[in-house]
Design a protein around this ligand. Structure first.
Ligand code: ZN
Length: 472
C-alpha cells in the first residue's frame, strides 16, 4: 500500500473531505485532505494540506472497519438464548436453539433482518462485511426455484444499506468428522460441491455489479470432507485465483477432540497439512491452537478472524494474541452471531480478554504504536481488508474511501488529543455513539450518527423478527 500526497490529475475528483486529524497507515497526521474519484477510490491523501473548499469532518477521521465474519440472520435471535436450559449450557446447546430459529427464515425476513443489521453496522463503524452465508434452501430443505434466492437477498440488503460486501456462500455437507450424514435440521445448508460451484458462477455477476467480492466458505472440517474441500478450493481458484476462502476452525475443544479422534491431528494442524492455506484464507476463531500451530498458521499469511464478543458469549475461549503477533500473525474482527454490533466494542473485548488472562494492561500496543486503540484499529483494518479481498485497507491512495469521522464535540471526546479521542471511543462504552459520519466508497451513509434508512429499516426488522418468532 502506497501513501502519497500526489494527486493523479488525469482522474476527475468526485469527492473530498478535510480532517484536522486523520489516522493514516503510518499513524496520526494533521490537516489531511482526502480526495476520491467517482468509484470511491482514494486519489490523494495529503497531510499538512489546506482545506480549500472541501467539507470539514467534525472530528478525527479513522478508516472504516471491515467486519470479517457475519451470519446476518442471527441478529434477530439476540436475547433469546440468555437463559440456562441444560445443566451445562455450551456452544452446542446454543446451536440447537439457533437451528430452530434458522429453520423459520424466509427470503423476505432474511432481507429485512440483514438490511437492518447492515444499517446498525454502518452506524457502529463498520464499512464492509464478510457474509458467511449457510442457509441456502427452503424450509423443507429443497432448493428455491432460483437456487440463489437467499444469497441474492443478502446482496440486496447490502445494496439497500450501502454496505460493502464479500459474499461467502458456505459449503456444508456433513454433521461430523468421518463423513457423518447431515442432521435433519441441517437440510437447508446442504449442497454438493458441483452445486456450490454452479451457485458461485450464478452469483459472480450480481456481486461484481455492486462492487462486492465473491469467495467461498467451507464451513468447517466437521462439515466438509477432505475430498470436497480440495475440489471446492480448486473450483473456486479456477473461477478467481484471488477469491477469499474462510473456514471456522478450532472454535471449540470438542471439535479439537473429535478431529484428533478422526485423523490423529488437531484441526489447524490438519488444515495446514492438507489445504493450500495462504493469504487468501481467513481462519475464523482459531481459538484452540498449540504454540506450534500459532507459528505455522501465522507463517501462511492467513488472517485470524477473531470474534471477541461472540467468543465470549458462547464461552469459546481466548485467542493468544501476544503469541500470534510475535509470529507476525495478521488478524481482524467479526461480529459473527451479532450478540454485539459495534466495531469499537469488539476491540475493547479483545484487549480486555487479554488483560484478564495475562493480568497486564495495554497488551495489544505494538512496538511502533503505544496507543492500544490506534494500534488495534490499524491492524484490524489491514487484516480485515485482506480477509475481505477488497481494497479497503485504510486511508491511502488506491484504497477505497471508507471513512469514519468522530464527533470532536461529543462530551466523551471534547478537549482530548485526537489519539485519546479514539481511545475514549473504543474504551469508553459511552451511552451515545461518538461516531458522527461515515462514508463507504466515498458515499456518505451516516450523518449525525444516523443512517438515512434507520427508522424504516428498524420497523421492517421488527416485523420480520416477530414473524420468525411466531412461526415456532
Ligand atoms: Zn461463525
Amino acid at each position: 500500500m502506497s501513501l502519497s500526497n500526489v494527486t493523479d490529475s488525469s482522474t476527475p475528483i468526485a469527492g473530498r473531505l478535510f480532517a484536522a486529524d486523520a489516522l493514516l497507515p503510518t499513524g496520526w497526521a494533521r490537516n489531511v485532505l482526502l480526495q476520491w474519484d467517482a468509484t470511491g477510490r482514494l486519489l490523494s491523501v495529503a497531510p499538512d494540506a489546506a482545506p480549500g473548499d472541501a467539507p470539514q469532518a467534525r472530528g478525527p477521521v479513522v478508516p472504516g472497519m471491515p467486519n470479517l465474519h457475519s451470519h446476518a440472520f442471527q441478529r434477530a435471535f439476540v436475547g433469546l438464548t440468555e437463559y440456562r436450559g441444560e445443566s451445562q449450557d455450551s456452544f452446542w446447546s446454543w446451536r440447537n436453539l439457533m437451528y430452530r430459529f434458522a429453520a423459520r427464515i424466509t427470503p423476505e425476513s432474511l432481507e429485512a433482518i440483514a438490511t437492518w443489521l447492515y444499517i446498525e453496522m454502518l452506524e457502529a463503524g463498520y464499512t464492509s462485511v464478510c457474509e458467511f452465508h449457510y442457509v441456502h434452501h427452503d424450509q423443507d430443505g429443497r432448493p428455491y426455484a432460483d437456487d440463489a434466492t437467499l444469497s441474492l437477498a443478502l446482496l440486496r440488503a447490502a445494496h439497500n444499506a450501502g454496505m460493502g460486501i464479500t459474499l461467502l456462500p458456505v459449503l456444508y455437507q456433513t454433521s461430523g468428522f468421518g463423513a457423518k450424514p447431515p442432521r435433519a435440521d441441517q437440510a437447508r445448508f446442504i449442497r454438493s460441491t458441483d452445486n456450490m460451484l454452479s451457485l458461485l458462477e450464478r452469483l459472480a455477476p450480481a456481486t461484481r455489479a455492486q462492487g462486492g467480492v465473491l469467495g467461498l466458505a467451507p464451513h468447517s472440517l466437521r462439515a466438509v470432507p477432505p475430498d470436497s474441500l480440495a475440489a471446492a478450493v480448486q473450483g473456486l481458484t479456477a473461477l478467481n485465483p484471488q477469491a477469499p476462502i474462510h473456514i471456522h476452525i478450532a472454535e471449540q475443544t470438542q471439535e479439537v477432540e473429535d478431529c484428533i479422534a478422526w485423523s490423529g491431528q488437531r484441526p489447524v494442524q490438519w488444515l495446514l497439512e492438507h489445504a493450500p492455506v495462504d493469504e487468501r484464507w481467513c481462519l475464523v476463531h482459531a481459538t484452540h491452537m498449540t504454540p506450534q500451530e500459532y507459528l505455522d498458521a501465522a507463517r501462511t499469511g492467513a488472517v485470524a478472524g477473531i470474534c471477541p464478543t461472540t467468543e465470549a458469549n458462547l464461552g469459546d475461549g481466548i485467542f493468544d494474541m501476544p503469541l500470534w503477533l510475535q509470529h507476525g500473525g495478521r488478524w481482524g474482527v467479526g461480529s459473527d452471531s451479532h450478540a454485539c454490533v459495534n466495531a469499537a466494542e469488539e476491540l475493547l473485548m479483545l484487549e480486555y480478554g487479554q488483560r484478564l488472562s495475562l493480568r497486564q494492561r495495554n497488551v495489544l500496543a505494538s512496538p511502533g504504536q503505544a496507543e492500544v486503540a490506534t494500534a488495534m484499529t490499524l491492524q484490524a483494518v489491514q487484516g480485515g481488508a485482506q480477509a475481505s479481498g477488497r481494497a479497503i485497507g485504510g486511508l491511502a491512495v488506491g484504497q477505497q474511501a471508507d471513512l469514519v469521522a468522530l464527533d470532536a464535540q461529543h462530551v466523551a471526546l471534547a478537549g482530548l488529543p485526537a489519539h485519546s479521542m479514539l481511545s475514549s471511543h473504543v474504551f469508553g462504552s459511552h451511552r451515545t455513539s461518538a461516531i458522527d459520519s461515515l462514508w463507504v466508497a466515498g458515499v456518505q451513509r451516516v450523518s449525525e450518527g444516523r443512517h438515512a434508512l434507520h427508522d424504516t429499516g428498524a420497523q421492517a426488522f421488527l416485523a420480520a423478527r416477530s414473524a420468525t418468532i411466531a412461526a415456532d
